[in-house]
Design a protein. Structure first.
Length: 331
């Protein structure tokens, strides 16, 4: 059985990836930070097959100990301060976890090595936010970076240090430049889930308004369950490389809101919407759209869930969730 260690096991992608690797007969280990992490119960209930290992991306010795314990064949670094808005407020923490955390994990891998002397294969969760104020559209692997947030800057460091350790030490290290991907497991702080949850609550009569910032930024949105396949595929290649993972289609936040309200039959949704300057970013990323030709041709990866199905999946999930919480019977 191959052994995989996932950082960010409590997050959206960590949970989908754990399921995928389990279905492929891996032994799956998840790094858990903190003394009494409130999300342990969620992981244990959803993913009982995952063995939890304590460690923190801010603490090199804990990463060394985790690697010594797990002896992994593959390491997926999904742990990060991943919420762009928070990164503006906690820029130093973001640089430390999202940026330097990658360096610490790579160093730990160099120090410990893999199972039975086999080299560890490493996946770094890079982000389209590295393209920021885009230099060209669509964005491909060689598009120059111009990050527009502390999160984007930290991800650029994580990406560059991954490439550097591959070049310098011959590590099998891949960077997946993933465009936005969502799911019912998306954190409620992210705009897509905030929208689908509010739409569900408005439909159920539990909430009156949806408060948002800028509606015009455009993103390339895919389904997280599809994207974790690309992560795994990268580590199964003969040679390590970097790949853009995207749908190639772009929609505005307004389009997302429109699709979510229309899905529950509330076509006149403008009356539920309020805009608040507090939710605008200090510097915005206007348009992201990726070209995943390399991932399609070299990995054989393609997205299965389209934009409309993704929005519907998230709204339906939130309708059930909120109805259950409020004790409302759904038809
Ligand atoms: P997420 O739901 O926000 O999960 C982030 C994870 O990082 C959580 O499990 C969190 O653990 C963990 N973490 C935070 N600080 C840590 C620390 N100091 N040490 C160890 N773990 C720590 O993120 P996601 O959406 O699954 O994304 C996974 C990765 O892909 C992230 O690196 C993200 O930046 C990147 N990415 C995401 C997208 C996207 O659209 N989702 C796109 C491109 C790249 P706790 O629960 O304990 O805080």
């Amino acid at each position: 059985m191959r052994r995989a260690l996932i950082t960010g096991i409590t997050g959206q992608d960590g949970r989908y990836l754990a399921e995928l690797l389990h279905s492929k007969n891996y032994e799956v280990f998840g790094l858990i930070k903190g003394q009494n992490n409130p999300r342990i119960e969620l992981v244990q209930a959803e993913l009982p097959f995952v063995e939890l290992v304590s460690g923190d991306l801010q603490d090199l010795s804990s990463l060394v100990a985790a690697l010594e314990q797990v002896q992994p064949d593959e390491v997926y670094n999904l742990g990060a301060i991943s919420f762009v808005a928070l990164s503006f407020k906690q820029a130093e923490l973001t640089a430390n976890v999202t940026g330097l955390g990658v360096l610490r994990l790579l160093e730990a891998i160099r120090m410990v090595g893999g199972s039975s002397g086999n080299p560890v294969r490493f996946y770094q969760a890079s982000s389209s936010e590295m393209f920021g104020k885009v230099r060209e559209s669509p964005q491909i692997e060689s598009t120059a970076f111009y990050p527009r947030s502390p999160y984007g800057c930290a991800k650029v460091f994580g990406h560059d240090i991954t490439v550097n350790y591959r070049d310098s030490y011959g590590l099998f290290a891949c960077s997946g430049i993933l465009f936005n991907h969502e799911s019912p497991r998306r954190g409620i702080e992210f705009v897509t889930r905030k929208v689908t949850n509010a739409v569900a609550r408005i439909k159920l009569g539990l909430q009156e308004t949806l408060v948002l910032g800028d509606l015009e930024p455009r993103r390339d949105w895919g389904f997280a369950g599809d994207y974790v396949h690309a992560m795994w595929m990268m580590l199964q290649q003969d040679r390590p490389a970097d790949y853009v993972v995207a749908t190639g289609r772009t929609h505005s936040v307004r389009d997302f809101v429109d699709a979510a309200f229309r899905h529950v039959g509330l076509d006149d949704w403008e009356r539920y919407l309020k805009q608040d300057a507090r939710f605008f970013r200090p510097s915005e990323v206007d348009l992201l759209v990726g070209d995943a030709t390399k991932a399609r041709t070299e990995l054989g990866w393609k997205p299965e869930v389209d934009f409309e199905s993704l929005v519907a999946m998230m709204v339906d999930h939130d309708l059930k969730l909120e109805a259950r919480k409020a004790g409302i019977r759904q038809p």
